[in-house]
Design a protein around this ligand. Sequence first.
Ligand SMILES: CC(=O)[C@@H](O)[C@H](O)COP(=O)(O)O
Ligand SMILES: NCC(=O)COP(=O)(O)O
Length: 250
Amino acid sequence: MSCRLSVNLNKIAVLRNSRGGREPDILQAARACLDAGAHGITVHPRPDARHARHDDVLALAGLTRDYGVEFNLEGNPFAQARDGYVGFLRLCELAHPAQATLVPDDDAQLTSDHGFDFTRDAAALQPLVARLKALGCRVSLFADAGSEVARAAAIGADRVELYTGPYAEAFAAGNAAAALPHYARTARQAVAAGMAVNAGHDLDQANLGAFLAAVPGVQEVSIGHALIAEALYAGLATTVSRYLAIVAGR
Ligand SMILES: CC(=O)[C@@H](O)[C@H](O)COP(=O)(O)O
Ligand SMILES: NCC(=O)COP(=O)(O)O
């Protein structure tokens, strides 16, 4: 099966949140991605609500249900509920995402930057994975290349999502050939343990092809930061032309 693309809309929410109000509208962005053929939508709400918020999650859950596509909700299942954030498990109970991707990032992190330590975290993860599966969610665990992914299967995970940040860095430095075998080996181990493989973080139009060519069996990539940046460049010329037409007609 070919790889599926889930578009992460966190950055649309960041831009909107920077001004308050509704623009850019995360639902309009989601519709544009899905109308263009994207296979699903991802968001990664964080407890401080700097990205997608609780209301975005519920609205996107409805929209993706209407489109009949996958909604992938990412988050740290250990983060405490607090003002404005009900906690990841509760959010999954409310939104019923098709896929829940568990990511061990803490509040101080700018963005996700590592996968789980499956040996250390197994006992804590197992009941949470079971609860999510009882809700009907496919469960994916964020994993570093080279980590003990076979243990993720023992925890009950359906998939692992390979954290591709280090690959993206290596690619930018011209060292992709050194990094890719670690990802390929980890992907094979995951499949041998009975799971499927997703991948994400800092993937872009430049580095994605080489990754998919080298890493077997990747079923889904979730891409946000670079995709939204690339979309800005792709759309700026058209948009500037439209403004020029308006000011020229004054
Ligand atoms: C798990 C992962 O890698 C993504 O959810 C990523 O964290 C999204 O990017 P931002 O943190 O920049 O929103
Ligand atoms: N799971 C990775 C994701 O959703 C998007 O990560 P990025 O492309 O914003 O780095």
